[in-house]
Design a protein around this ligand. Structure first.
Ligand code: SF4
Length: 213
């Protein structure tokens, strides 16, 4: 585990440095924006603790190198798409104002995927709120959501989906998405649910079917 010095802590607090697990150019696989080319930035650190999490290696921020945000922008500019998707981990644990300012200045749309457990900083073109039972969203984040995405691991998650849908705005898109390891078991009742409750849409992790990151 790496210990950070005062200078690094200051840069982390101001958002010019962030612990980055990975950054890559790919196609957004999930939700309303699926199919779009985008530069993905996965920020390390999450304390929400979903037992089915498929990126547990992201949880400990000290395992990920502190990266200079201006360099991340430079890396993203090597590719033609002008969309950056920030995911984690739980990216809202960090001050993201500098990050989004830097990307917006360079002509990018900024998308984020967050559990909503922390107050959101930064300027976002698209907020995907994906609430988790172990760390539910703070109330103010519901109003920021362009898309509500509930991961379905078992039938009880449909009640959780409805509970969360009560708090988002009228224009928020509603998605339920099978948890990957349980997709065969949950898909039949999810299909029935959307047929009965058409305000909901099914989101699939299409990048996994495409065999891309
Ligand atoms: Fe994993 Fe996301 Fe849950 Fe954090 S919020 S434990 S990264 S699924």
């Amino acid at each position: 585990m790496k210990v950070i010095d005062d200078k690094q802590q200051e840069a982390l607090d101001s958002g010019t440095l962030l612990p980055i697990m990975e950054e890559f150019y790919t196609i957004q696989g999930e939700g309303l924006q699926s199919g779009k080319a985008a530069y993905f930035v996965r920020i390390g650190g999450c304390d929400v603790g979903c037992h089915w999490c498929d990126v547990k290696e992201s949880w400990d921020p000290s395992m990920h190198p502190l990266s200079v945000v201006s360099l991340i922008v430079k890396n993203a500019l090597k590719y033609p798409a002008r969309v950056v998707v920030v995911t984690g981990g739980e990216p809202a644990m960090y001050n993201l104002n500098y990050f989004t300012d830097s990307f917006v200045e360079n002509g990018f749309k900024t998308f984020i995927e967050t559990s909503g457990a922390y107050a959101l900083t930064g300027t976002w073109s698209w907020v995907c709120l994906s609430p988790k039972k172990t760390g539910p969203p703070i109330q103010e984040n519901y109003g920021l959501a362009d898309e509500l995405k509930i991961i379905v691991h078992n039938k009880n998650d449909l009640a959780w989906a409805e509970e969360n849908a009560k708090h988002v705005g009228d224009n928020c898109k509603l998605y339920i998405q099978p948890e990957w390891s349980k997709r065969k078991q949950v898909m039949p009742f999810m299909v029935d649910y959307v047929l009965e409750n058409p305000k909901w849409n099914i989101s699939l992790q299409t990048h996994k079917y495409m065999g891309i990151p």
